[in-house]
Design a protein. Structure first.
Length: 253
């Protein structure tokens, strides 16, 4: 988990959000998402307030709105699925712009869009203000199962290696005049995928043997055991605490 593995979503900065310990931010985002999911879907105003809270965090973190909206495009497939719900769901129907749509489907689509978008936005803010290595340290600090942390660290470390291997194989195919124009070329692509799997598996075996020869016994050492201060925890708790107050208002009003 070297410091050199920076991901593309991270935006370097020196804001108060960037300076918070990773485990504080992870816990805050998780609690915020749980509160959003627990909010009744009929309280439309509550989701607007949640969006304002995330907007305030983005402003403090100096994350441009355009960048945040661009990265929200990752949820487009779920948006498409949600848009289809009013057309396929059962129940009472209502007229919307000349279309007969299911009322339960409309509420279901709104529920998915509102909660899903807020959850993705919170995750994007977390990724934009926290380096990958710090995220792994935060998960380690929060006592996430060590095996999952190790798998994530290996994915980060060797993801670029596998991607580079795919690039070299593609260049080798192109240099031999290969062009994937139709179904007849699928066999070549399938063989390439199989070769990539075998090479990745063999590389993993070599890496494991190298780790065992250096004393690896199935667990990774604790890299950093720095605890957060009470002020840092309070600062991180501001987002889920405000969201919880809104959620309680939504349930009582």
């Amino acid at each position: 988990m070297g410091a050199g593995h920076a991901h593309q979503l991270y935006r370097h900065g020196h804001s108060p959000v960037h300076r918070l310990p990773a485990h504080c931010k992870i816990a805050a985002v998780l609690c915020f998402v749980l509160v959003v999911v627990s909010t009744p879907r009929e309280t439309v105003w509550a989701f607007g307030l949640y969006a304002l809270l995330l907007g305030a965090v983005a402003a403090v973190a100096r994350i441009p709105a355009g960048l945040l909206l661009k990265r929200l495009l990752i949820e487009v497939p779920f948006v498409v699925a949600a848009v289809l719900m009013p057309f396929v769901a059962d129940g009472p129907y209502v007229e919307v712009l000349g279309l007969s749509l299911s009322e339960s489907g409309l509420w279901g689509a709104w529920n998915i869009l509102a909660k899903g978008t807020l959850g993705v936005a919170a995750s994007v803010l977390l990724a934009s203000t926290t380096e990958l290595r710090a995220l792994l340290l935060g998960l380690q600090r929060l006592r996430m199962p060590p095996l999952l942390v190790q798998i994530a660290s290996f994915m980060i470390r060797y993801g670029d290696v596998i991607t580079d291997e795919m690039r070299r194989m593609r260049i080798a195919r192109v240099s031999r005049g290969f062009e994937a124009r139709g179904i007849r070329q699928w066999g070549v692509l399938a063989k390439s995928a199989g070769a990539l799997f075998i090479r990745s598996y063999e590389r993993g075996e070599r890496v494991h043997l190298a780790m065992v020869s250096r004393g690896y016994a199935g667990t990774m050492p604790m890299i950093d055991d720095m605890a957060a201060t009470r002020a840092q925890w309070s600062y991180a708790a501001a987002l889920p605490a405000a969201a919880l107050a809104i959620c309680l208002m939504g349930w009582t009003l």
